[in-house]
Ligand binder design. Structure first.
Ligand code: PMP
Length: 427
């Protein structure tokens, strides 16, 4: 077995320098089970950040499903196959009735790129409205519409068809508080007007709960009104559920349902395959038919029998193990405990989120809201020493993210709080 230092050196030699490693002292993880990870020495960590291993690391039902299907057959969508059909049938039952056609892809980025293609085909336009701070993927088409990337290090000026509106951050955004909906709506309307003045049609892509934006919950009526405005202009709305879907927010299965909206296109990824590279775009027959312009849509891996079987099993496990209910129950008690912690520690400016998608924003004090980026990083590193894995994000990188596998339980929540208490008391 290679040592940690050997691995670091070999990474430097063979892997892209653009990859990053978490924590000041990187971890060498060799085993995962449920909500736990184990390093090369057997030290156990409570995983509070891996929203990809949605139903838990190394879930036996996924291992068995993958083994069974791999042993039998793995081809592509050019043959008839029951796996993809059975899965699609069950998947569309989870979304609004109008969304009935599935496209199978292999990553969140690929889904969002395809969603843009569908929307562009539908509108005949590329004009895209995005939230500042949003991240929608690593392909060229998505870096271009992701302020999180194009405004960051190594970024560039976005193309002129990208229209950015302020991140609807009720805590430190351009407009603050629960009543900020109309202000953000005005910003959206300004972008729609500009697009209309060029005789173009808007595409609006959004994350209902912003992950990379810092675990943001949108002002409650914003999304419904925003979608109405886009539709009035003949436009298309894409809900990016890559990070938040599949019951994570507890109250609802999908993030957009929380705001009672029905998008035209939904993109799924990450948790959908519990770590297996699978993703999906779901849309209406109308949008799918418009896309069907004679050019074949073929994807070598997308929707292959193994991927479809795994995706279907993940969906069944979420239901049978009542993981959405668990996210709701454990998440709400965890949030209450975090709010109690906030009342004691001045550096906790805000606690937000729903279910097992929570954020703690670290600030200098509750009046100035000066972001404490370094402190947030120190907290995350110290938590690692306590055996708890967390990460930071948001435009100021001062939001500690909590988005564990959905099997996270009450004892885990209590352990997380005790560890945070211990770390915060020494800050
Ligand atoms: N959309 C969102 C909201 C994401 O968080 C991510 C990944 N962090 C993506 C898209 C891209 O997904 P992937 O890394 O699977 O390409």
């Amino acid at each position: 077995m290679k040592t940690k230092n050997e691995l670091i050196k070999l990474r430097e030699k063979y892997l892209s320098p653009s990859l990053s490693l978490s924590y000041d002292v990187p971890l060498y993880i060799t085993k995962g089970r449920g909500q736990y990870l184990f390093d090369q020495k057997g030290k156990k960590y409570l995983d509070c950040i891996n929203n990809i291993q949605h139903i838990g690391h190394s879930h036996p039902r996924i291992l068995n499903t993958a083994y069974k299907q791999f042993k039998e057959l793995n081809t592509n969508t050019r043959y008839l196959d029951e796996n993809i059909i059975n899965y699609a049938q069950d998947l569309v039952k989870t979304v609004p009735k109008n969304l009935e056609i599935c496209f199978f892809t292999n990553s969140g980025s690929e889904s969002n790129d395809l969603a843009l293609r569908l929307a562009r085909q539908m509108t005949g336009c590329k004009e895209t409205i995005v939230f500042d701070g949003a991240y929608h993927g690593h392909l060229i088409s998505l870096i271009e519409i992701s302020p999180y990337k194009y405004k960051g290090k190594g970024g560039m000026v976005p193309p002129n068809y990208v229209y950015e509106i302020p991140m609807p951050d009720q805590f430190r955004g351009k407009y603050r508080g629960r009543n900020s909906t109309n202000y953000y709506l005005k910003e959206l309307e300004k972008s729609i007007s500009k697009i209309k003045s060029k005789n173009r049609i808007p595409i609006f892509i959004y994350e209902s709960f912003m992950g990379c934006g810092g675990q943001l919950v949108l002002p409650i009526h914003f999304l419904k009104k925003a979608q109405d405005r886009i539709h009035e202009a003949g436009g298309i709305c894409i809900a990016d559920e890559v990070q938040i879907g599949f019951g994570r927010i507890g109250t609802h299965f999908w993030g957009f349902e929380y705001y009672e909206v029905e998008p035209d296109i939904v993109t799924l990824g990450k948790s959908i395959g519990n770590g297996h590279p699978l993703s999906v775009v779901i849309t209406s027959r109308k949008v799918a038919n418009k896309f069907h312009n004679g050019m074949e849509y073929f994807n070598s891996f997308g929707g292959n029998p193994v991927s479809a079987a795994i995706g279907h099993e993940v969906l069944r496990v979420i239901k049978e193990e009542k993981l959405q209910q668990n996210a709701s129950l454990v998440g709400s008690s965890l949030k209450s405990m975090l709010i109690e912690l906030k009342n004691v520690h001045d550096v906790i400016g805000d606690v937000r989120g729903e279910g097992l998608f929570l954020g703690i924003e670290i600030v200098d004090d509750k009046k100035s809201l000066k972001p404490l980026t370094k402190t947030a990083k120190i907290i995350v590193n110290k938590m690692k020493d306590h055996g708890v894995l967390l990460s930071t994000d948001g435009p100021e990188n001062n939001v500690i993210k909590i988005k564990p596998p959905m099997v996270f339980n009450s004892a885990n929540a209590e352990f997380l709080i005790e560890s945070l208490q211990s770390v915060f008391s020494k800050i």
